[in-house]
Design a protein around this ligand. Structure first.
Ligand code: TRP
Length: 442
């Protein structure tokens, strides 16, 4: 067909490095910061790393390889890809099913934007100095769920829009190339500060002292599984779209391993920057929003040089979150561009508007926010990831394998498809079931 033309029209990442660092940026997000550190300590310390790495490298990378190859093979996102496959096989329901990954990803962007808004506000409060010597519980509960949070949500979406507006190489890739190294540098600095505080070793012990008996607890394995899938950003959409912008010469298997590896390194770094400091000041580590917005501000209030460190800290969290949110916006934007042929800027504005409109009720109502985030992370988005993997390895396996092997010297054999069909896809279904049983594992 006219794939050559399609390729030349489509903007690509300018280099393999640009592609990989953008994938790392998408993977590295709040899950690394407010979930991993807590789970590492709570589910067995160093012992948790065994199921975590097992799942990240056996399952997470499989999912990444599938999403990258699916996208690059079609030079399109999941909606278009699924539509083409179904059309070729005269199967009905392509529009409906193909829309699920896009809807799931847009849903993630909607609630993520609310949280980025909170982070922007805390960054601002760090600069103005209002963050310190406060009752942080009251501060957080008065701000979230109130109309004063709305402008911050809107600002979060506008920043993301500004990047996606400029396209792949000049927008998304450039952002990642600049901010991921800065983020890593800030992490290193903060780790040194955290580890040199008096009493930090209690936190190191919490993180590393292996409690092997945790491995006998089924919940440890379930949480490691959820963490592994969420952290590499498998949604059947975002990384399909990034894969569709990768050069033919990019080796997708190593791109997947690099994404998983650097994402895990960043998660470990986040743990060592946060937990020792929390212990040094006699606080309890927490998971989720209360870690970032209550515990950590308390730490900065009492720490020497708390203000500049707090500014740097929230800046690095903004970087982690924005490099993820651009991939969340690019997914639906690409779907809109390729299914309607409208231009990038217009598509970006339309999706951003939709996100703002849907995020406002969540900004105003914490309960609604939680219900919505659960619905998306437990049900819609895992179904999208499962669906894409299913279509890719059951209905498109020959082309998929060819795409994976395109730039490989030692081709991967048919075993990969068999493994994906009978182990990987069933586990994606298991994740949905476990998420419902445990009330969220990602
Ligand atoms: N991996 C991200 C994190 O750790 C969260 C995430 C899940 C995500 N799915 C995504 C990010 C899709 C970008 C795109 O916080």
């Amino acid at each position: 067909m006219d794939t050559e033309n399609k390729k030349s029209e489509r903007e690509l990442f300018s280099s393999k490095f640009g592609f990989i660092i953008s994938c790392i940026g998408a993977a590295l997000g709040l899950g690394n910061i407010w979930m991993f550190s807590y789970r590492l300590g709570a589910y067995g310390g160093a012992a948790f790393l065994i199921p975590y790495f097992l799942f990240v490298f056996l399952l997470g990378t499989t999912g990444l390889i599938i999403e990258f190859a699916f996208g690059r093979s079609h030079r399109a996102g999941s909606l278009t890809g699924i539509q083409r496959i179904f059309r070729n096989k005269s199967i009905r329901g392509a529009n409906l099913l193909g829309a699920i990954p896009v809807i799931g990803l847009t849903g993630i962007m909607i609630f993520y934007s609310v949280v980025i808004g909170w982070i922007l506000k805390y960054f601002y409060l760090s600069i103005s100095g209002e963050l310190f010597n406060q009752d942080h519980v009251t501060l957080f509960s008065n701000f979230t769920g109130s109309s004063s949070a709305i402008p911050w949500t809107i600002l979060a979406v506008l920043i993301t829009l500004g990047i996606v507006f400029s396209g792949i190489a000049k927008g998304i890739e450039k952002l990642n190339k600049i901010v991921i190294p800065i983020l890593m540098l800030i992490f290193v600095l903060m780790i040194v500060r955290s580890l040199t505080l008096d009493g930090a070793m209690a936190g190191v012990k919490y993180l590393l002292h292996p409690q092997w008996e945790a491995l006998l607890n089924i919940e440890t394995w379930v949480m490691a599984l959820g963490q592994a899938f969420f952290t590499v950003s498998l949604t059947g959409c975002a990384l399909v779209v990034y894969g569709s912008y990768a050069h033919d010469s990019a080796e997708l298997v190593s791109a997947s391993f690099n994404t998983a590896m650097y994402d895990s390194i960043a998660a470990l770094m986040a743990a060592f920057m946060i937990i020792p400091a929390v212990f040094a000041f006699g606080l309890d580590p927490a998971a989720g929003p209360s870690l970032l917005f209550i515990t950590i501000p308390k730490v900065f209030s009492v720490m020497p040089y708390g203000q500049p460190l707090s500014i740097l800290f929230f800046l690095s969290i903004i970087f982690a979150a924005i490099t993820s949110s651009v991939s969340m916006l690019e997914g639906p934007v690409e779907a809109l561009i390729s299914s309607t042929k409208i231009k990038r800027k217009k598509a970006t504005i339309l999706i951003a508007l939709l996100v703002i409109i849907l995020a406002i009720p969540l900004t105003l109502d914490n309960h609604l926010f939680e219900r919505f985030a659960d619905l998306i992370t437990i049900i819609v988005s895992p179904i999208g990831a499962m669906l894409l993997a299913f279509v890719a390895v059951y209905l498109y396996s020959d082309e998929l394998l060819k795409e994976i092997n395109k730039s490989r010297r030692r081709p991967i054999g048919q075993w990969f498809i068999t493994y994906a069909r009978f182990i990987y896809v069933p586990i994606t279904i298991l994740i949905i079931v476990l998420g419902i049983i445990f009330g969220g594992i990602g």
